[in-house]
Write a protein that binds this ligand. Structure first.
Ligand code: CTP
Ligand code: CA
Length: 227
């Protein structure tokens, strides 16, 4: 019998993960969402749990099974997601934001299904910007002190490195993980570019779970060094 023991790199850590898209209602039957599958975030939640952490996964509408041992909180809108994150952030020690949060929501959602009026006139819709969940958490006192280590994600269609570096600074996070999207949406593979204060590290194309495990090892190294 070969017994092997996985090192519990995140024992004692409380990991909070956001994943999937958000859904912003237009009326009771329609809304705005995006093509995020949630696979990367779910893989990270699973890898964090395997590494011995207590894990809370705040998930937008996706049809994925909950990783074993992970506490899942289902949300729809960005505002719901913010509320769930704010509830769990005070006890979290690591926050990984993989969710593709809708940047805007309709300024007001109709109470009733919007009907065609028969004249060919289209409804006019105004938008308001959603709260930036990651930036809010990262700029909180626990985010700033490093008591809560924050990791951001960025899917970019071009100029990945430049955008990832700029986003890292703008969000105020120590670690920003870039990937080229939307080609990876829904895929089981991904390739990542880690950007921190020292520079960059590429994680070549691999299954999302393998990348998630590597990323968790990187996060563990950084949070241990900080402790
Ligand atoms: N994020 C968030 N709340 C938002 C928007 C983004 O928490 N309202 C998080 C995402 O989960 C991700 C990171 O911020 O970890 C970057 O998201 P991204 O959409 O790439 O950045 P934005 O600031 O929205 O910029 P843009 O979409 O214009 O590139
Ligand atoms: Ca965005």
């Amino acid at each position: 019998v070969i017994a092997f023991f996985q090192p519990k790199l995140l024992a004692g850590q409380q990991v909070l993960v956001t994943a999937g898209p958000t859904y912003e209602a237009i009326d009771p039957v329609r809304g705005i969402t995006n093509l995020s599958s949630g696979k990367m975030g779910f893989a990270i939640a699973r890898a964090a749990r395997e590494a011995g952490a207590q894990v809370t996964l705040v998930a937008g509408p996706v049809s994925l099974p909950t990783p074993r041992g992970v506490t899942r909180v289902n949300v729809k809108s960005a505002q719901d997601m913010l509320e769930a994150v704010m509830q769990h952030a005070p006890i979290a020690t690591i926050f990984v934001a993989t969710a593709a949060v809708a940047d805007w929501r309709p300024a007001s959602a109709a109470d009733h299904k919007i009907k065609k009026d028969g004249t060919g006139q289209c409804p006019q819709m105004g938008f308001v910007e959603n709260p930036d969940i990651l930036a809010g958490v990262a700029r909180s006192p626990r985010g700033q002190s490093g008591a809560l280590f924050c990791v951001g994600f960025a899917a970019e269609s071009h100029d990945l490195l430049a955008h990832a570096q700029a986003k890292r600074a703008r969000k105020g996070v120590p670690l920003l993980v870039g990937n080229i999207g939307p080609a990876t949406f829904g895929q089981d593979d991904n390739a990542l570019l880690l950007v921190d204060e020292h520079g960059t590290r590429e994680m070549p194309r691999a299954p999302k779970l393998a990348l998630a495990r590597q990323l968790i090892a990187e996060v563990a190294r950084r949070t241990r060094a900080a402790a």
